[in-house]
Ligand binder design. Structure first.
Ligand code: NDP
Ligand SMILES: O=C(O)C1=N[C@H](C(=O)O)C[C@H](O)C1
Length: 275
């Protein structure tokens, strides 16, 4: 099968940069040496793993993309940009019929799905591409569907810690809230406790110093009314490499769906894992 052309958007950001060596090392993909970037990015180019990437600002991208699409049929976009860019980027991909993997969190998630449903393209949208976490989400989805109100009367505490530059509350934690709600616990995403203080992350949480600038630690604690029962679910990720494999699986999944003629469909990472 021919290689899948991939465009990684969000360079020179952290996750986009982490993905580059994984894509270059995988013979199933060919990488476009350009990336959609933010309006305030000063550089016009960035070098990553020996490749020079042109950085394309929002104002220039409509004029730029037609030539890319002519030369790269079957192009799939990967988006790890900024919560403020999610909806405009989705509209851009939909307008140019580019299937995309949306790893970026935040924005208006309903409008995000809507922009695909009304388009001729498809997307995989998920706040977490780490396949083992997606598997855990699938277990939670199963419990939520089959055992409604299993934890009725329990209290829930959700704590998450990420690097201080993270712009929003964890999208993964927000997605988990829905499952806990179905399991009988009224909980609002506003009650998620965020840690962004590097000093506390190292000294109170015990996050290794080398990962203070890139980590995702989550703990969900459930306690029964009388305090006699406690459940705790924890997933702690250091660095960002774990997101690469899931992202590339999502790209391959999406390419297959497009070859099969799918249009206007939104897939989750649980779909990718099952596929
Ligand atoms: N789904 C998943 O598994 C995961 C999701 N994420 C999510 O991915 C996103 C990116 O995270 P991270 O790499 O750490 O963030 P960074 O802030 O390091 O990088 C974001 C990059 O996007 C650029 N950008 C800003 N606006 C636009 C735009 N309109 N179009 C294109 N690029 C733009 C920024 O440029 P500038 O700095 O100039 O503004 C920056 O280079 C976050 O939402 C995060 O939560 C992270 C890890 C895993
Ligand atoms: O910004 C991050 O780093 C991460 N963002 C995602 C989220 O908001 O849940 C996934 C993971 O937690 C890392």
């Amino acid at each position: 099968m021919s290689k899948i052309s991939v465009m990684v958007n969000g360079l020179p950001g952290n996750v986009a940069s982490t993905l580059i060596p994984h894509i270059l090392a995988d013979e199933n993909f060919s990488l476009i040496p350009a990336s959609l970037t933010g309006p305030d990015t000063l550089e016009e180019q960035v070098s990553c793993c020996g490749v020079n990437f042109s950085l394309i600002k929002p104002a220039d991208r409509d004029a730029w993309i037609s030539d890319v699409l002519l030369k790269n049929s079957g192009l799939v976009a990967i988006d790890y940009t900024h919560p403020s860019a999610v909806n405009a980027n989705a509209i851009f991909y939909a307008k140019h019929q580019i299937p995309f993997v949306m790893g970026t969190t935040g924005g208006d998630r309903e409008a995000l799905s809507e922009s695909i449903l009304q388009s001729s393209t498809c997307a995989v949208i998920a706040p977490n591409m780490a396949k083992q976490i997606v598997g855990f989400q699938a277990m939670m989805a199963h419990a939520a569907e089959n055992f409604p109100d299993l934890f009725k009367g329990y209290t829930l505490r959700i704590e998450e810690s990420h690097q201080s530059g993270k712009a929003d509350t964890s999208g993964t934690a927000k997605a988990m809230v829905r499952y806990f709600n179905s399991l009988g616990i009224p909980f609002n995403v506003d009650a998620i406790e965020m840690e962004r203080n590097p000093e506390r992350q190292e000294n109170v949480w015990g996050i290794p110093a080398e990962h203070i600038s890139g980590h995702a630690w989550h703990t969900y604690t459930l306690r029964s009314e009388d305090g006699s029962v406690c459940f705790q679910f924890t997933h702690n990720i250091n660095g960002r490499d774990v997101y690469a494999r899931g992202t590339l699986d999502a790209v391959s999944f999406l390419r297959q769906k497009m070859i099969m003629g799918c249009k206007g469909q939104v897939f989750s990472m649980i779909d990718v894992l099952k596929g």
